[in-house]
Design a protein around this ligand. Sequence first.
Ligand code: KMH
Ligand code: ZN
Length: 281
Amino acid sequence: MSATSRPGAQGTLITVAPTGAEHRKEDVPNLPVTLGELVKTAQDCERVGASMIHIHIRDDDARPTLDLARLRETVAAVREHTRLVVQLSTGGAVTDSEEDRLAVLDALPDSASCTMGTVNFGTDVFLNRWEFIVELHTRMQDRGIVPEYEIFDLGQLTSLHRLLDRHGPPAGGRVHVDLVMGVPGGMAGDLETFAAALRLIPEGATFSATGVGRASIPVLLASLSAGGHVRVGMEDTTTYAKGERVKDNAQLVARASGLARIAQRPPIGPEESRVLLGVAS
Ligand code: KMH
Ligand code: ZN
């Protein structure tokens, strides 16, 4: 199947990843970290074309947390105030335990990330053992949570084939991949690597891509032209242009929406995204 004939290639699913676990509020004062800031961000981003939100939450001191009560409250609040597909991160921060990362699924989001392998992450290690990946995948099958398989390096796509062969299709029956490119320690955010990744994405799967930092624009354009979807947000980039800080997440979503329209692949809404991902309405 050619990339442009992949399901959903007509319109673009834009995911916003507004917060992440890495940036410190002291360094990035406009990072949304409270529930109020997150809900407002979600509404602003939905208005300009986002249809899914990838969520990491923070505690009262703006530090990353996987506190289950907070996660549940967050899922409920974003559902109440937007139509966005709600995706929780099971990646958390590099310091989070496997147990806490698995427990994220108890908050019953529409979707959750599932990283397909271990990767160096700057000076840290983002650990994703095979048994842990299988546990995430099967718990999501049991609970009807649709995974987004996050790919930080090419070999992780090989692992995805193995996972699907051995443990069956995900909840919802559709396979959706997100290429996270340009992490120091992961795959590069360039066209050659993007092309290599495309060849390894499972037949019939949909994919999105995000470039970290300066890989942001090249990866966004590559994905649009390859029939893919896009993820943008302050989790991945806090610089809008050389010497210019990102104003807010909606600024990044608005730019992605504009480029998607130019590419004749306008943003799709949350309902269409649910169908594309296999998320129940
Ligand atoms: N914060 C990174 C260690 C995910 O959300 O699933 C992992 C991450 C991936 O952001
Ligand atoms: Zn994340």
